[in-house]
Unconditional design. Structure first.
Length: 292
């Protein structure tokens, strides 16, 4: 079945891998980039089946304009892959205010606004699929990655709620959680705050080693296989809410979930001591309605 895809960030990494595999098999791809020259080879080789569009996710005012333009000129996509993003690393206070804002604007706000822009088109079509690229860092948290984790955890909460909102319209949503992969994420996909001497020798300083590149000794997943699995997930009914890619991701995520349960389970009796005396008779249908 030939499909039309909209993928953000097709210049490198998973976005590029997805675009190449889809174009080879005969699908149509509209891909966003921040520089058109980086995908000139795709445009030349695949002609009318590939369309590139300039888009920087931090320019949220343009996202809907670009999406609408792609739909008008290239056709309505059946599948949307929100892929563009990067990682800002270092201790929380080592990043500048500008770096913090840029990380959130790109990974979180930009991704949210992209999905909001495509939803009217998918609803009009009576369905479709959305794949949101998260990572193992959307379920785990490590020192030196607090700002990156904030954006990935934020997107996972947004998308998990979104999935139930759009299910009545036939729209399936999947959160993709890859572990490490031999992509070019480490070559431009990683940015760092300015090191503070106070963090020398602390756990947060360990990420500084990645300034020089990712060590070859680290075993990573195969980006080609990961992209193929993402593509295959679009044929699954119903859409999987989460797609874990890589043994390292599965191991880290299950460990993190078990650790959180271990923290919470012993608190059952203590949590009940804060219930209102007539909570059973007047409980809200929305459990979090009175939360702050």
């Amino acid at each position: 079945m030939t499909r039309t895809w909209l993928i953000t960030g097709v210049s490198s990494g998973f976005g590029r891998q997805l675009a190449e595999q889809l174009l080879v098999r005969g699908d149509r791809v509209a891909g966003t980039v921040r520089r058109l020259d980086v995908v000139a080879d795709l445009a030349e080789h695949y002609g009318d089946t590939f369309r590139s569009a300039l888009l920087d996710l931090t320019d949220t005012a343009r996202i809907r304009e670009v999406v609408d333009s792609i739909v008008a000129e290239f056709g309505r996509p059946e599948v949307v892959v929100s892929n563009a993003g990067y990682g800002l690393f270092g201790a929380a206070e080592e990043a500048s205010d500008e770096q913090v804002r840029h990380q959130i604007d790109t990974n979180l706000l930009g991704s949210i606004q992209l999905i909001r822009a495509v939803l009217p088109h998918l609803r009009a079509a009576g369905g479709g699929r959305i794949l949101q690229l998260s990572s193992v860092g959307g379920q785990t948290a490590h020192p030196g990655g607090s700002l990156y984790h904030a954006t990935k955890w934020g997107m996972e909460g947004f998308v998990e709620a979104l999935a139930t909102e759009v299910a009545p319209f036939g729209i399936g949503v999947t959160i993709v959680e890859p572990g490490g992969a031999r992509t070019k994420f480490g070559q431009g996909g990683l940015r760092f705050g300015t090191p503070l001497n106070a963090y020398d020798g602390t756990p947060a300083a360990q990420v500084r080693a990645f300034r020089e590149g990712v060590p070859n000794s680290i075993v990573f997943g195969d980006p080609e296989r990961m992209a193929a699995t993402m593509i295959a997930s679009v044929d699954q009914e119903p859409a999987p809410l989460r797609l874990v890619l890589g043994t390292d991701s599965w191991t880290a995520i299950t460990s993190a979930l078990e650790s959180r349960l271990a923290d919470v389970r012993p608190q059952k009796d203590n949590a009940a001591t804060t219930d209102h005396s007539d909570a059973a008779a007047h409980g809200s249908d929305i459990p979090w309605a009175d939360s702050h």
